[in-house]
Design a protein around this ligand. Structure first.
Ligand code: HEC
Length: 156
């Protein structure tokens, strides 16, 4: 901890730096290179609703992992993000509006979530550092798949 006085001097500097980073990394409308994927507005609503549940699923997964409950984390991952979630999301119907590479990005995410689910079930039994690290790696593969698609496409 810094002494209080120094802390007060540092705060504006930290604030300004954070602001600069936020501004420079926010995509500007004119250099938004994401491909626009058109779909009927009801489909958009449905897809964005799914997306919001994806983040909630990640939250549930992390909360279960924090309690060492790998089996429950696995169940959430498989049911809400994994290959088992495809029918739940009406994926087949929405996918008809997506260009093929976007569909592939979706498949990557579902596969990564199912892989994570297998590892999380095992990790509840095997609490070794290696097994826990592999689990973090599998979780990162899910979020990488989210980001890969977000970097390439928009629907509005
Ligand atoms: C196949 C492509 C794809 C994948 C995979 C994907 N998303 Fe999305 N997501 C999108 C698109 C397209 C949008 C809309 C972006 C836009 O139009 O600005 C979106 C929007 C969102 C939104 C904003 C929702 C809203 O109400 O505005 C959230 C949150 C989100 N995604 C979370 C996730 C998370 C978390 C994952 C991974 C677990 C994920 N997404 C995986 C394509 C994808």
């Amino acid at each position: 901890m810094l002494p209080k006085k120094q802390n007060a001097k540092l705060l504006p500097v930290v604030g300004a730096t954070l602001f600069a980073v936020a501004v420079s990394s926010a995509p500007q409308a004119e250099d938004d290179t994401r491909e626009l994927v058109k779909m009927p507005s009801m489909m958009q609503e449905h897809m964005l609703g799914n997306m919001r549940d994806h983040v909630r699923a990640l939250e549930d997964i992390l909360s279960y992992l924090a309690e060492g409950r790998g089996k429950e984390a696995a169940e959430v991952a498989e049911a809400r993000l994994g290959l088992s979630s495809l029918s739940l999301h009406g994926a087949a119907h929405i996918a008809t509006f997506m260009p093929e590479p976007m569909q592939d990005a979706g498949t990557q995410m579902h596969r990564a979530a199912s892989r994570f689910a297998t590892l999380a079930t095992e990790a509840e039994v095997d609490m070794s550092v290696e097994s826990q690290q592999a689990l973090f790696g599998a979780l990162a593969e899910i979020t990488q798949a989210c980001n890969a698609c977000h970097a390439g496409y928009r629907i509005r």
